[in-house]
Design a binder for this molecule. Structure first.
Ligand code: NDP
Length: 298
């Protein structure tokens, strides 16, 4: 990373998600241009949005913009909040069967009354670009190639980009959700970190976190992880996205206090969130490539 990305007025080096996401997206864009030359086709991502939740609408809009930037065809399917489970299931079946569609993303959370687990399991694992399907998570656990969940994969890409050493290091992940905490822990373990997973019943969380060389916060509580949780010089990755009362976006880490102790830290916004979207683009092109080679009988 260039000197320009180092912070000048505080201890911690800033891990710049925007810069890294731009690199990932550029690599995806070039790959797609090459694939288009070879196959005459472009990857296609179908995005299913149910209801009118403003945050979900905004996420889908940003993902559509990313698609446009890298050359992925984005297909929007907007369903009303009162859609039945049968109707939603039928749409997923249709997208699964559509050879033009390489990736399927159903924006979560779904309105109350719809079964998220049913939806996740219904998506063809070959098109599971979110990496949430039990087959994708099972392959991750077994160390087999497959779709990795975008947020933890984005965290790994950031750690790699900034040359953060993992082998033999103690990585502490705060949070054990299926979409962030658990897959994050497995990805860190895969890289030979010694991993501790913390959650709401962990005793003396600050003390456990203070043993971390790499601390990943995925808690969902605004600015909960402050300097008292951080070992001097540790790398702090803030997955959190929270809104304060005045609408400001903040992470799960108290950035100002943490940056005085940490060795490197991600900001919010401009850290993990943009990486999640970049990795969605990468997963979509990988799904396309796999489906093309299967189609050719490779
Ligand atoms: P979940 O609510 O599913 O999981 C939160 C986890 O944090 C749970 O495992 C919970 O423990 C644990 N936890 C809650 N409170 C505490 C506490 N006081 N002490 C220790 N552990 C606690 O959230 P997600 O994993 O979906 O998301 C986590 C954060 O990441 C959120 O801020 C979310 O907005 C953000 N996010 C950001 C993304 C991005 O692209 N940057 C993508 C996805 C999420 P327990 O299991 O015991 O309840």
């Amino acid at each position: 990373m260039s000197e320009a990305t180092l912070s000048t007025d505080a201890t911690a080096r800033i891990i710049d998600g925007r810069e890294t996401a731009a690199l990932v997206k550029e690599e995806v864009r070039l790959r797609i241009a090459q694939l288009r030359e070879e196959t005459g086709a472009s990857p296609c991502l179908a995005m299913v949005l149910v209801g009118e939740d403003p945050a979900s609408q905004s996420y889908v809009r940003m993902k559509a913009r990313d698609c446009e930037q890298v050359g992925i065809i984005a297909r929007d399917h907007h369903l009303s909040a009162d859609v039945s489970q049968e109707h939603l299931d039928a749409l997923i079946d249709e997208l699964n069967a559509d050879a033009q569609v390489n990736g399927i993303l159903v924006q979560m959370p779904l309105p109350v009354g719809l079964d998220e687990e049913e939806v996740v399991e219904r998506i063809d694992p070959a098109k599971d670009v979110d990496g949430f399907h039990p087959v994708s998570l099972g392959r991750l656990l077994r160390g087999l190639p497959g779709m990795r969940p975008c947020t933890p994969a984005g965290v790994m890409a950031l750690l790699d980009q900034y040359g953060i050493e993992l082998e033999g290091k103690h990585a502490v992940v705060v949070g054990r959700s299926n979409i962030v905490g658990k897959p994050q822990a497995i990805l860190l373990l895969e890289r030979n970190a010694t991993v501790t997973i913390c959650h709401s019943r962990t005793c003396d969380l600050p003390a456990v976190c203070r043993t971390a060389d790499v601390l990943v916060a995925a808690v969902g509580h605004a600015q909960m992880i402050d300097a008292s949780y951080i070992k001097p010089g540790a790398t702090v990755i803030d997955v959190g996205i929270n809104r304060t009362e005045d609408g400001t976006m903040v992470g799960d880490v108290d950035f100002e206090s943490a940056r005085a102790v940490a060795g490197a830290i991600t900001p919010v916004p401009g850290g993990v969130g943009v990486m999640t979207r970049a990795l969605l683009m990468r997963n979509t092109v990988e799904a396309f490539e796999t489906q093309q080679s299967v189609g050719k009988g490779a």
